[in-house]
Design a protein. Structure first.
Length: 188
């Protein structure tokens, strides 16, 4: 992974899927529980170089930095990211291309919320074109033994499936017409 600045973030990301009706119910339940629903929106431009992956994120909502470059990988269920701020989308694109990366896919997240409340797990809930309602929870490596409890909670919340695949991998599979959801299959 290569990025000259920024911190490294490692966790286990569990992505889950909801029907539109379950997504509405879950948002209503979270509101009634007085959880903080922080809306956000962004566009991710993915780049590839062999097996290496990077993305440029341009935030459409209030966020600092407004443009980020993130280098990432997944290995044995662990997502590792290293990001840094960029001055603009063109400069970020030129930087990645100078490192040998080629443009690959664009994923837009127009309707999304970060959902939190002290002492409870934080969730992201997003409506992603071509994928539908999806959410995620990031589990710190030190808490990997809590994953079965998180999966049970996702089922209670109305999730119709979950996976540890990346958003990029899910979209690639969707575009290739492959089955993209592993319905409640153990993965650890």
């Amino acid at each position: 992974m290569s990025a000259s600045e920024g911190s490294v973030k490692e966790n286990i990301e569990i992505r889950f899927f909801l029907t539109p009706a379950n997504a509405r119910k879950l948002l209503a339940a979270w509101k009634s529980e007085k959880r903080r629903l922080q809306p956000y929106s962004f566009v991710d431009y993915y780049f590839v170089k062999g097996r290496s992956r990077a993305k440029i994120r341009t935030w459409r909502s209030a966020h600092v930095p407004k443009i980020e470059i993130t280098f990432f990988r997944r290995r044995k269920g662990v997502k590792t990211e290293k990001g840094k701020a960029a001055t603009g989308p063109r400069a970020a694109s030129k930087e990645l291309e100078s490192l040998g990366f080629m443009p690959h896919l664009k994923i837009i997240k127009k309707r999304a919320w970060l959902v939190s409340k002290g002492g409870l797990p934080t969730y992201a809930l997003e409506l992603v074109p071509r994928l539908g309602w999806t959410g995620e929870i990031e589990v710190p490596l030190r808490d990997r033994k809590k994953i079965p409890r998180h999966l049970e909670q996702l089922r209670r919340m109305g999730a119709i499936g979950y996976t540890m695949k990346s958003m990029l991998q899910l979209m690639e599979e969707r575009l290739e017409g492959k089955k993209m959801i592993e319905i409640f299959q153990p993965f650890l």
